[in-house]
Design a binder for this molecule. Structure first.
Ligand code: NDP
Length: 500
């Protein structure tokens, strides 16, 4: 299927109970190409009542979906994965068209979604609980996993297929039904996923998508007591608001938030390897990854040499239309993001030394999108640009004396998502694993590169302790039930067996 068949499309509705339905609001918003500004599709601005309709549908679909044997649920996920595999090129182009990442990364976004569906479908035949001995005779103890019910998923725009699928795949295999709110900048990717699941045979009402603003649609999902758990990926401010609001209903909430991810390069590092790593980590997806490398911490012995090498390569990066396979860096997602990044660049010019970049590209092919030159600052640790999440193609470079200083600085931020170290010293590599306060640490690899069968998430303000993906992915979407089966035919009293 060509991308033209997926984009340029019509008006979508909300996807509720297997139907595309209009919003009661009668208001619409457009999703646009960050590269050309052209509208790709129209979506309804949802209301509280639209969310209530979606919850009704999800509640009605829950009993039958819960009863569906998990391996059968897995078959639907596998069919969805196969459909995505068959259409990978077109879906990758859709991701690049709607979000602006370069086509290789657009296809990578789709591949990550396929990988996760294939991986998590297997949980349908595991969904492991525990069996343990009892402290009493003739008694059997075990745990089983049960779905939570109607769950709410809210996602950002930067991985418009992979992140939604991490949530949808794990929620569905475990037997939950979903009310989903996509980012308002990338609803077309999620609408396309809903169509794929329908084609794969997902029953009506199991997955419902309501589009619209975070404060309206998102908050209704978060606060409505009939939505039993919330899975959110996005920024810290929204994450805090959601956590506080959901607490009033004592809901289970999973938060995957921002990052300020360091790559450390020690004197003994393979510099060519470290260079490839930081280029991909800092400027891939125009720096708009939660795991993007936004701090480069270099030991003093190789500092000048490595920075020179880096600047040459950064200045050679090709910026432009993300659908052109020769382009390395596309536009940032929209005007507001572009302005926010430029304001950080202005701050950087005051508090640090601009090494390269630092400007918006205009004219010609750059006229209709927001393109920012890959930017490097040399800075002391502690400046705003070296501690706050910028979410754009901006890298802060910091010089350190030794390993201990590198780790101290790496840890001295409010986030804790990903970190990386380049060294040939196995002792220091293992000390880094132990001492870096992040949920993910890479040795001799960049800060990006999640694999779906391993847990993903961070420490500190990057989240609230949970993880997505990997074997733990299903924890977020299951209740553990502890079961005791007493076959002694008499009342047995745990803990008080010796009492008369
Ligand atoms: P936002 O937090 O602005 O938005 C994320 C989603 O939440 C969107 O769907 C948004 O809706 C919605 N939303 C916003 N405010 C509320 C609210 N008060 N109540 C309910 N929903 C709300 O993040 P961005 O989309 O700008 O994404 C960038 C952020 O996401 C970065 O901080 C990045 O680090 C983080 N991120 C974290 C990842 C992780 O796994 N740790 C992975 C990827 C990104 P709307 O679009 O309508 O505003």
């Amino acid at each position: 299927m060509a991308v033209e068949e997926l984009v340029g499309v019509k008006e979508y509705g909300h996807y509720i109970n297997g139907q595309w339905v209009p919003s009661e609001s009668g208001h619409w918003f457009e999703t646009k190409s960050p590269t050309t500004g052209e509208p790709l599709a129209k979506f309804p601005k949802g209301t509280k009542n639209d969310v209530l309709r979606a919850i009704d549908a999800a509640e009605a679909a829950f009993p039958a979906w819960k009863k569906t044997p998990p391996p059968r649920r897995g078959e639907i996920l596998l069919r969805a994965a196969q459909i995505m595999r068959d259409r990978k090129q077109a879906l990758g182009e859709l991701v690049s068209s709607e979000m602006g990442k370069v086509i290789a990364e657009g296809k990578g976004d789709v591949q990550e979604a396929i990988d996760f569906l294939e991986y998590i479908a297997g949980e349908g035949r595991r969904m492991l609980g525990e069996t343990t001995p009892s402290e009493l005779p003739n008694k059997f103890c075990m745990t089983v996993r049960q779905p939570i019910g109607v769950v709410g998923c809210i996602t950002p725009w930067n991985f418009p297929m992979a992140i939604p699928i991490w949530k949808i795949g794990a929620a569905l295999i475990t037997g939950n039904t979903i009310v989903f709110k996509p980012a308002s900048l990338t609803p077309l990717c999620v609408a396309t996923l809903a169509e794929i699941f329908e084609e794969a045979g997902l029953p009506a009402g199991v997955l419902n998508v309501v589009t619209g603003g975070g404060g309206t649609v998102g908050m209704e999902i978060v606060t409505n007591p009939r939505v039993k758990a919330i899975s959110f990926t996005g920024g810290v401010p929204a994450g805090k608001e959601i956590y506080a609001a959901a607490a009033k209903e004592l809901k289970s909430v999973e938060l995957e938030l921002g990052g300020k991810n360091p790559q450390i390069v020690l004197d003994d590092a393979n510099l060519e390897l470290a260079l490839d790593g930081v280029l991909f980590g800092a400027f891939g997806t125009a720096g708009q990854r939660c795991t993007a490398t936004s701090r480069l911490i270099i030991q003093e012995g190789v500092y000048d040499e490595f920075l020179d090498m880096l600047v040459k390569r950064v200045e050679a990066l090709r910026i432009g239309d993300p659908l052109d396979p020769k382009v390395d860096v596309g536009p940032v997602v929209d005007q507001a993001s572009g302005e926010s990044i430029m304001s950080y660049i202005e701050i950087g010019k005051q508090e640090a030394r601009l090494v390269t970049g630092g400007e918006r590209l205009t004219g010609g092919e750059y006229e209709r999108g927001f393109f920012i030159k890959p930017t490097i600052f040399e800075t002391e640790h502690g400046t705003r640009i070296s501690t706050e999440e910028i979410f754009g193609p901006v890298l802060s470079v910091i010089k350190v004396k030794d390993f201990d200083e590198a780790v101290r600085i790496a840890n001295d931020v409010e986030y804790g998502l990903s970190s990386s170290i380049y060294t040939r010293d196995v002792n220091l590599a293992f000390r880094a694993v132990e001492e870096l306060e992040t949920g993910i640490t890479y040795i001799n690899a960049p800060t990006i590169g999640a694999e779906v069968h391993l847990p993903f998430g961070g420490t500190k303000h990057t989240g609230n302790g949970g993880r997505e993906a990997g074997t733990v992915a299903i924890d977020e979407f299951t209740e553990i039930k502890t079961v005791f089966v007493d076959y002694s035919n008499r009342l047995q009293k745990a803990q008080i067996v010796d009492e008369k």
